[in-house]
Design a binder for this molecule. Sequence first.
Ligand code: BTN
Length: 254
Amino acid sequence: MAAGSASGVIVRLDTVDSTQTVAFALAERGAADRTVVVADQQAAGRGRRGRIWQAPPRTSLLASILVRSRLPQTLLATLSPTTAVATAEALSRVAPLAPRLKWPNDVLVGGRKIAGILLESRSIPSAEPILVIGVGINLGQREFPLELAGRATSVALETGHPVDRDTLLAALLEEFDTWRARLEGEGFGSVRERWKSLSDTIGRHVTVDGISGTATDLDGDGALLIDAGNGVRRVIAGEISTEMAPGDTHAARR
Ligand code: BTN
């Protein structure tokens, strides 16, 4: 079923392999910018770095947003932190939560992951680069598989109640449109500042891809800047591990 929204079409499906795959297939058939695919369940949900994204049926918001981008190539990757900011803002609008962001794009509550974002591109013949931004938000899970226990959480676990999926989707798309417009209109500056104010990473001692040091800033393209003691290093992608640094006042629980 496809329903029109203020800014685009929303395609609602029961079970799919991955909403990402469906969104790319729609893009190949000429679907418009900001077409959204939402599913109740995924048989082959994709996470970052080749991982599987699993969620029991109807427990989660599983959405993919098709973007035909007007951004310069150098800023395309910033759509990922932009969506992380939008997700955190949307969650805090619909539930009494204070989400934080872990570089590159995890959304945490109480140090546990509540949402993840996956930015993918495909070379589909088109005037503009085509990207699909996947957002998975844990809503109704009351427990997680052993391998995720202690590292994952949901709105239901944090607040005692799941939040209505359509309410959260509407908030997410509003926030996405707002932050994307800022990114496209003004560049990465205001998104970057908001990302940093929500960050659970900046100021921490981190290790990523063998580089250890204090995470000090986000670069203008979304790369993480790490003060490694012998100079500042840029990391453009990777899996971060964080630990308490001397004087670090954040609660570390992951
Ligand atoms: C991550 O590894 O943190 C990113 C997870 C992204 C999961 C979402 S769920 C909706 C969309 N469809 C997918 O197959 N993946 C993304």
